[in-house]
Every structure is written in structure tokens, then in C-alpha cells.
Design a protein around this ligand. Structure first.
Ligand SMILES: *[C@@H]1O[C@H](CO)[C@@H](O)[C@H](O)[C@H]1NC(C)=O
Ligand SMILES: *[C@@H]1O[C@H](CO)[C@@H](O)[C@H](O)[C@H]1NC(C)=O
Ligand SMILES: *[C@@H]1O[C@H](CO)[C@@H](O)[C@H](O)[C@H]1NC(C)=O
Ligand SMILES: *[C@@H]1O[C@H](CO)[C@@H](O)[C@H](O)[C@H]1NC(C)=O
Ligand SMILES: *[C@@H]1O[C@H](CO)[C@@H](O)[C@H](O)[C@H]1NC(C)=O
Length: 506
């Protein structure tokens, strides 16, 4: 009896050992796991939660990221990892999601050098982005990219107050969330060969605010860290940067934390800091900004050795020769317009007062009470709403907000094309299927039909989105499924771009 169970035990160990692999990186050995892709059953290796910097905790909280330390015993990266950075819970109002110790990445590779295949493969690095506040990358899998023999790395970086609090005017620790990304890219350049990746063929890819940030990197010396760029639904001119007052936000944070002083901030509870950071601006103040405003966003830094963004990118001369694949979706506005989609009669409130809705760039805004503001909003009303906004104006409203979101992307395309005529591919995504996750969630239980694809809807056709796992599994037997064909096509186009800088070569 004892022998028998020992046998089974040994078999189990052997089984696990067969499925794990080891790779040596600069900090030590990493243990990964062998898996297979959902549709094609192609073998690949996953390394979950590999640290690329020291945990930004204790003394390192609110500090620029520091290089990771060596480890003695092998680092087990074979277990699926759910290490989002600390943020407010999306569903539970008083809840906390994620951890402060979060500077890790997931690495997925179709070949390890020791498989006898010494051809290094291109790498796509995914940076999560959702207005720099609530986001994570562990739900985005590599399966479709792996099928095209390209490596996929997803990076987790600090967001919100932990990513962007600046303690005082002279604090050089600023934009930590962005510096995390730079440090991750540096780590990838130095170590990706060990996973079979080509450090000279790194494509960075982002969505929304991550695209905005990645395009800022084009203006810094860090553009050398990658060779190509894929920007989904965001670019340099998307008005989400440098809007807020950092010292005001710090003071409000301390006030919300009550007895906690600036010095105590380093030891305060994660949850207290997150909850306090959520209510920095009052609703009256929010009205005075022209768009919904999010505290703790990227900031302009004083020039110093550690600084990343010192010049206003909007005023910089865009000079680069990085191939770019950039695009947007046909109805970008959907997730920003959820309350109106569910209650079109809310639109009537815009008839009297077109608040939040006049476009702006940089610091250029108009006071609500000014004549200029009324003039501009009247022009917009005439163009998009034939003069009046009613509960039947939803389509026009969505079109207007989509234009607001798409315009900065077109501006970026224009500026880049004026400098150099090639090396840029532009897509417009208009497909709606069962993996159009953003539209699906935004419209759940709504009584209206909305045309087009929402911002972010293309992503689950390029990356395998964990929350839709059952939907992918359902179409495994059906190779001719329409969604599945699009997945194969999109992943192939995106991988071709990473491989050849060309959208079409097969
Ligand atoms: C500003 O913050 C930095 C980093 O926390 C600290 O070293 C410095 O003493 C602070 N300066 C002032 C004037 O408070
Ligand atoms: C992509 O960005 C859009 C907004 O720009 C957002 O609605 C969507 O959730 C994002 N998706 C992912 C996967 O980051
Ligand atoms: C807008 O203008 C009014 C009247 O000139 C002024 O009282 C108010 O403070 C201004 N608001 C902002 C946010 O500048
Ligand atoms: C792009 O450039 C064209 C031609 O120069 C111009 O007509 C158009 O208004 C520009 N669009 C944007 C969004 O800058
Ligand atoms: C989408 O899902 C529905 C419900 O499961 C199904 O009837 C439909 O065929 C699916 N569409 C595709 C393209 O798979």
C-alpha cells in the first residue's frame, strides 16, 4: 500500500518535472511551465510573475524602480500569476485589488534556445493601460501570437497614487509607473535571448493611455529600447496627460488620510492610501474641468539624471523612424458613454449645458461661463445634433465622442506622416463578434442598438482574454467559426508587423 502510493507520488513528481523548464536570467534560475495554445495546440512555455525590479515596498514605496536583486534558489514562475498592482476594486466600492509588490512580467515563448532552435524570434511586449488607474495584464494570454512564432511579454507597472504621487516639487521620484515600464524594457533587452527572443526585434504594444505613454517614449532616449510600436486607440495627443496639480493632490491625499503626515505615508496601509486617493476632487471641481479628470497622472519633471519626461511632448518636434502600427475602432466612445446608452434621456441635460464636452488640448481650456465656451458648444451642437440634443440623439452623441477620441490619433498620424512617408500602418477596426468584450459589457441589458466596435474591442482577437475563456473553448471544434478566423487573421497581421515591420507579408 505504502509502496503503491509512493509510486504514484513519484509519477506525479516526474509528470510535473516533465512539464517544467528552467532558464537562467541575470538574477538566477527561473522555472517555467510547458503549455499548449487553445486552438492549434502548439507547445509553448510560460514564465509567470518574473520580477524585473525590486519590490517597490517599504523604503522603496513612491520611489523610482530599482534593479532586481539576485536570488539563490530557483524562482518558481510556473504558477499562473494574478499580480496586478494595487488599485481600487472595480466592483467592491471599499475594496482593494492587487499588491504593491507587483513589478513583474509574464513571458511566453514558442521556443527555448535549448530546443535546438537557435533562431531568435521577435518579441511583442504588452503594456496595460486604462487611464493609468485600473489595469493589469495577467488576463491577456499569448496563444494567438505564439501560433505565429513570436514571443509575448506582458508587463505589470504601478498605476494611480503608487505610480504617480509626487511628494514635493523637488522630489525626483516622479512618474514611477512610467519608469517601471522603461525598467521592464531594459530587463527584456538584457534577458530575452535566454527565452529565445531577439532583443533587436522588440515591438511594444499598448492600448488607450498605454499608447499615449509609449508614443511619449519616442521623444526620449529610451526609444532605443524597442524597434517597433503598436498603438491601439491612443497616441501622444490624446488629452490625458499633465492635467492635474500634483501638490494639491498630495495635500488632499494627506487630508483624506486624516492623521497621517507626509513622513508616515511610507508606512500607511495600502488600502487606506488607495481609498483616500479615490476622492481627491470634489464634484464641483470636476465640473470645471472639461473632461472627467483622474488624479495621479503623469507629470512633467525637472531636468535631472533620473527624469523621464521633462519637456511637454505636445510642444516637441516629433522625430523618429520607428515603424508604427496604429489604429482605432469605429465607435471608440462606447465605454465612455455607458450612462447615456442605458438612459438616453440623460442626454437632455446637455441641451442647456454642454459640460465636459468641448475638446481641449494641453492646458488650453475655456471657462464654462465664458462667451467662447458657449460659442464653441453651439457650433458643435449645430454640426452633430442639428441644433438640439434630445433623448433621440444617442447615435449623434456617440459619433461626436468617437470623433473627440479619434481626432488626436489622426493628428499623430498626420504629424508622423509629414516627417516620413513610410513605416506607418493605420487600421480601423469595425468588427463585432462574441469577443468584442468592451461593447458586450457596456451594452449588457441596454435597450438600444449601437453600431460599430468600442475602444478595446480588437484586443481579445489579438490576445487571449482570460474572462472569455469559455467562449474560446466553445469554438475549438469549429475551425470555420467567423470569430476564430478573424482571430487567426489579426494575430497573423500583428505578428507580421513584429517580424517584418510590414503589415502584409505572409
Ligand atoms: C522632498 O521629497 C524627497 C523625497 O521623498 C525628500 O528627500 C526631500 O527631503 C523632500 N523635500 C522637502 C523640501 O520636503
Ligand atoms: C483599451 O482602452 C479602452 C479605452 O481606451 C478601454 O475601454 C478598454 O477596456 C481597454 N482594454 C484593455 C484590454 O486594456
Ligand atoms: C470662471 O469665470 C467666472 C466668472 O468670470 C469665475 O468666477 C470663475 O472662478 C471661473 N472659473 C474657473 C474654473 O476659472
Ligand atoms: C491632416 O492633414 C491633412 C492634410 O494636410 C489636413 O487636411 C487634415 O486636417 C489633417 N488632420 C488632422 C487631424 O490633423
Ligand atoms: C456568438 O455566440 C452566440 C451565442 O452563443 C452564437 O449563437 C453565435 O453563433 C456566436 N457567433 C460566432 C461568430 O461564433
Amino acid at each position: 500500500m505504502f509502496l503503491k502510493s509512493l509510486n504514484i507520488f513519484l509519477l506525479l513528481i516526474a509528470d510535473v518535472a516533465l512539464h517544467t523548464v528552467q532558464v537562467k536570467v541575470e538574477q538566477g534560475t527561473v522555472i517555467g511551465i510547458r503549455l499548449s495554445t487553445v486552438f492549434e495546440k502548439k507547445l509553448y512555455y510560460a514564465f509567470y510573475g518574473v520580477p524585473y525590479a525590486q519590490p517597490p515596498v517599504g523604503e522603496l514605496r513612491f520611489k523610482d524602480p530599482k534593479p532586481a536583486k539576485k536570488w539563490e534558489t530557483p524562482f518558481d514562475a510556473s504558477l499562473e500569476y494574478h499580480g496586478a498592482c494595487s488599485q481600487a476594486h472595480i466592483v467592491h466600492k471599499q475594496g482593494l485589488y492587487g499588491f504593491e509588490n507587483c513589478l513583474n512580467m509574464n513571458i511566453y515563448t514558442p521556443h527555448l534556445p535549448k530546443d535546438g532552435n537557435n533562431n531568435l524570434k521577435p518579441v511583442i511586449v504588452w503594456i496595460h493601460g486604462y487611464a493609468f488607474t485600473s489595469s493589469f495584464s495577467h488576463i491577456h494570454g499569448a496563444d494567438f501570437i505564439i501560433n505565429n512564432d513570436v514571443l509575448f511579454v506582458s508587463v505589470t507597472h504601478r498605476i494611480g497614487v503608487f505610480g504617480f504621487l509626487k511628494k514635493n516639487e523637488t522630489d525626483t521620484h516622479a512618474n514611477m509607473g512610467l519608469k517601471d515600464i522603461v525598467r521592464a524594457l531594459q530587463w527584456i533587452r538584457r534577458n530575452i535571448k535566454k527565452f529565445g527572443g531577439d532583443h533587436n526585434q522588440i515591438t511594444v504594444m499598448g492600448n488607450g493611455s498605454a499608447s499615449t505613454f509609449l508614443s511619449i517614449l519616442l521623444m526620449t532616449k529610451f526609444k532605443k529600447l524597442f524597434s517597433k510600436m503598436i498603438l491601439h486607440s491612443g497616441a501622444l495627443y490624446s488629452p490625458s496627460l499633465f492635467q492635474t496639480d500634483h501638490i494639491l493632490e498630495r495635500d488632499r491625499l494627506l487630508k483624506a488620510l486624516k492623521k497621517i503626515t507626509l513622513d508616515d505615508l511610507d508606512t500607511a496601509e495600502t488600502k487606506d492610501i488607495i481609498l483616500a486617493s479615490a476622492n481627491i476632487y470634489t464634484s464641483k471641481e470636476l465640473i470645471n474641468f472639461q473632461r472627467p479628470i483622474i488624479p495621479f497622472m503623469p507629470t512633467l519633471e525637472e531636468k535631472s539624471k533620473m527624469a523621464l519626461v521633462t519637456n511637454d511632448p505636445l510642444k516637441e518636434n516629433l522625430k523618429h523612424n520607428t515603424p508604427i502600427l496604429i489604429g482605432f475602432n469605429s465607435q471608440e466612445s462606447i465605454s465612455e458613454a455607458i450612462p447615456f446608452i442605458h438612459n438616453p434621456r440623460f442626454l437632455k441635460s446637455f441641451e442647456a449645458f454642454f459640460k465636459f464636452m468641448v475638446p481641449f488640448t494641453g492646458k488650453c481650456r475655456y471657462n464654462y461661463t465664458s462667451k467662447k465656451y458657449t460659442e464653441i458648444s453651439d457650433k458643435i451642437k449645430n454640426k452633430y445634433f442639428a441644433g438640439s440634443i434630445t433623448e433621440h440623439s444617442l447615435d449623434n452623441f456617440l459619433r461626436y465622442v468617437s470623433d473627440l477620441l479619434i481626432y488626436p490619433i489622426l493628428q499623430f498620424i498626420n504629424t508622423s506622416l509629414n516627417k516620413k512617408k513610410d513605416n506607418m500602418y493605420v487600421y480601423k477596426f469595425n468588427y463585432v463578434g462574441n469577443f468584442s468584450a468592451v461593447k458586450r459589457n457596456s451594452l449588457a441589458n441596454a435597450n438600444v442598438r449601437v453600431k460599430g466596435a468600442a475602444a478595446g474591442d480588437e484586443i481579445c482577437y489579438v490576445l487571449k482574454c482570460e474572462p472569455l475563456w469559455e467562449d474560446y473553448v466553445r469554438i475549438i471544434p469549429d475551425a470555420n467559426n467567423k470569430d476564430r478566423k478573424l482571430i487567426a487573421e489579426m494575430a497573423n497581421l500583428w505578428s507580421n508587423f513584429a517580424n517584418y515591420g510590414n503589415f502584409f507579408v505572409a
